[in-house]
Design a protein around this ligand. Structure first.
Ligand code: ADP
Length: 273
């Protein structure tokens, strides 16, 4: 525990004295530490591609000036590094937008079944490129939840993109929408969105920390596949904002399943399905 102690002169019945005030500032200290760590992380994440960019500019001005093949190769790397910075800035903006209004529950009606199909089609080329089949299952009926369509789109695409990035080796990535399993510990009235891959999986001691900003199981691997380390932090905040729950199950070598349960908003009618 961290205490802030302040002393002030005080006039007492028997003369003068000192009044000491003790204030428990542990939470304030922790919040400050988290903010400082975050700024340090962001600076580091931006500095790495910036240093590479500046280095290549230098090389292009000097040694590689007359070498067309080298120039092409370096420009390719520079483009990749710049794209990485752009992604990071996009993710930082998304994160701050969600956090800004996290207490305000979004309520516009979102047709989740259409959204799932839409995002799946957008992401399908990525899956094909990675040699993975993308299997999508949605109920025949329309599935609607109160929410923020843009943010829910981001939840689906972040989870799907991760399943593709880290799901290599498995034959397929599966995306499904349905009711929560009756035996599920997340049992609620609502809708279940699940993304399953058959890739490398995640060791159990990492699972609880995956939604922390910039937490990565393997930073080298995350960078190689173009990750920013913010995808799951964004997912967690969006799910919180929707009063939903996120569950991560994984088995190293077998793959992972990310499940989002979203309240359907109308428990009286027995759910939306
Ligand atoms: P990143 O941009 O690094 O992918 P995320 O926040 O989306 O950041 O994920 C954090 C980390 O969680 C990743 O770096 C990776 O180690 C791990 N991870 C996320 N999804 C999966 C998955 N489907 N399979 C295995 N590991 C995963």
């Amino acid at each position: 525990t961290t205490w802030r102690v302040t002393a002030a002169p005080a006039r007492l019945a028997g003369g003068t004295g000192v009044l000491l005030t003790f204030e428990d500032v542990t939470a304030v200290e922790e919040a400050g530490q988290i903010r400082r760590d975050f700024v340090a992380n962001v600076s580091h994440e931006l500095r790495t591609p910036l240093t590479a960019l500046l280095g290549f500019v230098e090389t292009l001005r000097g040694p590689a000036r007359e070498d067309a093949a080298a120039r092409d190769r370096f420009l390719g790397i520079m483009e990749r590094e710049a794209a990485r910075m752009a992604r990071l800035v996009e993710d930082l903006l998304s994160l701050s937008r969600v956090e800004e209004n996290e207490r305000l529950r979004p309520v516009e009606p979102v047709v989740l079944s259409d959204l799932v199909l839409e995002v799946a089609e957008m992401v399908r080329p990525l899956a094909l490129q990675a040699g993975l089949e993308l299997r999508v299952r949605v109920p025949d009926e329309r599935v609607e939840v109160p929410g923020d369509a843009e943010q829910l789109r981001q939840v689906i695409s972040n989870l799907l993109e991760n399943a593709i990035k880290y799901g290599r080796g498995g034959p397929a990535v599966e995306l499904s929408l349905g009711k929560p399993q009756p035996e599920s510990p997340l049992r609620t009235q609502g809708v279940r969105l699940s993304v399953r891959d058959h890739g490398e999986g995640i060791a159990s001691h990492h699972i609880a920390r995956l939604t922390e900003r910039f937490y990565r199981v393997d930073s080298h691997r995350s960078r190689e596949v173009g990750g920013t380390g913010l995808g799951l932090a964004i997912v967690k905040h969006i799910v919180n904002r929707h009063r939903g729950r996120l569950r991560i199950e994984s088995e190293p070598g077998q793959g992972s399943r990310f499940t989002v349960i979203l309240p359907s908003g109308d428990p009286g009618s027995g759910g939306v399905l």
